[in-house]
Design a protein around this ligand. Structure first.
Ligand code: PHE
Length: 457
């Protein structure tokens, strides 16, 4: 069997990969972004399309990316280069690795700002100042935060330092330990919240909103957003799963493991959505409130719960941790590339990359208040400011196009033998089905949705 060795080390076991990959997948995307997108795009139909995108596009590409990573055993740029050379293909394929790496950096820049919000809320919750907060109170606390660039900058800086710290110690040491404790805790807490929402929120209406599909609301922009979010939530299209795959021990089954990771990720997103909309509807709040949604709803719920300050603080703490385990995945493609390319040590690579992402994050901070402007992309919906530009550029453009290239490369450029050798089970039904989807369904679906959103078809 064909073998390369990663210079960055390996996960110590399959379980560690599952925890790290789930840590990367489960993040702000599940608990912050998925609910607010669902709210903005009108509920059930969006959720259904998102689930279809996960099944037909996200999961097949996740498997393909992890497979490419393990076969290349390097940072995404170099894995692309090596695999293209192996297949006798054009070296320009590595540009996909480049695009993903840059997208990861851009996502990290605003991700860190939002993670900063969660840090700010953690402190507020723990201080008890949100006890029995009213709807107006919760709304104005959020507005004050977003209108205060210095405060946001401070939290953004703290989060970026946290990210640099872990990544510079190597993924294995810092990360493996943290995710082992944090992931089960996150699930336990979500369960507590589900029970709360069930008993005190409007669970029935939330369920109805999320699972009753009204297709009249499904614009081409909503389709592309659902597709883009399927990439974002599974961490595919930026090379994060590819680089995690590069550290995966050889005997582990990529397909089964990836499907498990995707399932866990989806469960967290759906549960988070149910919790948040139960609270939204019970308090007559607006579901389409955008990025502030969880920050304006959860404090109300926690503010009324017995022990709310404690649970609320714990929840935001876990949100910080899940953001942390994702930000590490966002930065790893570039850090591993710098280590390989420039021969710098990890610490320096982490600091340089972190500084660039930190500077870019300032753009997001300013765009939230002083640099606001409106524009529209792929349909009626109006977007505001540079924050949305960066989000659309990455989630709706680079990630889907990157994913399309992965599908084309794995389905049409790499030989079937190398693909099946790496994945195992070349004769099984599962493999054949996946291979068919990656070759035909995934590329066509991504292209169609993309072209429709930009108005070509
Ligand atoms: N999947 C993460 C989330 O849902 C975000 C992410 C995207 C992380 C790409 C790594 C790479 O929050």
């Amino acid at each position: 069997m064909y073998q390369r060795i990663s210079i960055h080390g390996q996960w110590s076991s399959r379980l560690m990969f599952i925890l790290a990959a789930t840590g990367s997948a489960v993040g702000l995307g599940n608990i912050w972004k998925f609910p607010y997108l669902t709210g903005e795009y009108g509920g059930g139909a969006f959720v259904l399309v998102y689930l279809i995108c996960l099944a037909l596009v996200g999961i097949p590409i996740l498997i393909a990316e992890v497979m490419m990573g393990r076969r290349g055993r390097q940072s995404p740029v170099f894995s692309w280069q090596t695999l293209a050379a192996d297949a006798g293909a054009n070296g320009s394929w590595k540009l996909v690795g480049w695009a993903g790496m840059l997208a990861g950096l851009i996502i990290l820049s605003y991700y860190s700002v939002i993670a900063g919000w969660t840090l700010a809320y953690l402190v507020r919750m723990a201080s008890g100042s949100l006890i029995r907060v009213t709807e107006e109170g919760a709304g104005s606390i959020f507005t004050q935060l977003v209108m205060d660039p210095e405060r946001m900058l401070a939290w953004h800086t703290i989060f970026m330092v946290m990210t640099i710290k872990v990544i510079s110690r190597g993924v294995k040491k810092g990360l493996e330990q943290a995710v082992r404790i944090l992931m089960p805790l996150l699930f336990a807490l979500l369960l507590v919240l589900v029970i709360y929402a069930w008993r005190h929120g409007d669970f029935a209406q939330a369920y109805e909103f999320m699972f009753n599909s009204d297709f009249s609301k499904l614009t081409p922009a909503a389709l592309l957003t659902a597709l883009g979010h399927a990439f974002f939530t599974l961490s595919v299209g930026v090379g994060a799963m590819m680089v995690y795959g590069a550290y995966l021990p050889s005997r582990v089954s990529i397909a089964k493991t990836s499907i498990l990771v995707a399932l866990l990720d989806t469960i967290v997103a759906l549960l988070a959505g149910l919790v948040i909309f139960s609270i939204v509807f019970a308090h007559d709040l607006a579901a389409g409130d955008g990025p502030g949604l969880i920050f304006q709803t959860l404090p109300i719920a926690f503010g009324q719960m017995p022990g709310g300050s404690f649970f609320g603080a714990l929840f935001f703490l876990l949100l910080v941790f899940t953001a942390w385990t994702s930000s590490i995945a966002l930065i790893e493609p570039m850090v591993s590339w710098l280590v390989e390319k420039r021969d710098v040590d990890r610490i320096r690579a982490a600091i340089w990359t972190g500084i660039v992402a930190w500077l870019l994050g300032i753009v997001t901070i300013l765009s939230l208040n002083s640099w606001s402007f409106s524009f529209s992309f792929g349909g009626q919906l109006k977007h505001h400011g540079l924050f949305d530009v960066l989000d659309i550029l990455t989630s709706s453009i680079i990630l889907p196009l990157g994913g399309l290239c992965v599908a084309l490369f794995v389905g049409w450029v790499m030989s079937r033998e190398s693909v099946s050798e790496e994945l195992g089970g070349g004769k099984s039904i599962g493999f054949k089905l996946w291979y068919f989807v990656v070759r035909f369904i995934t590329p066509v679906a991504v292209l169609l949705v993309f072209l429709r959103a930009i108005g070509v078809v």
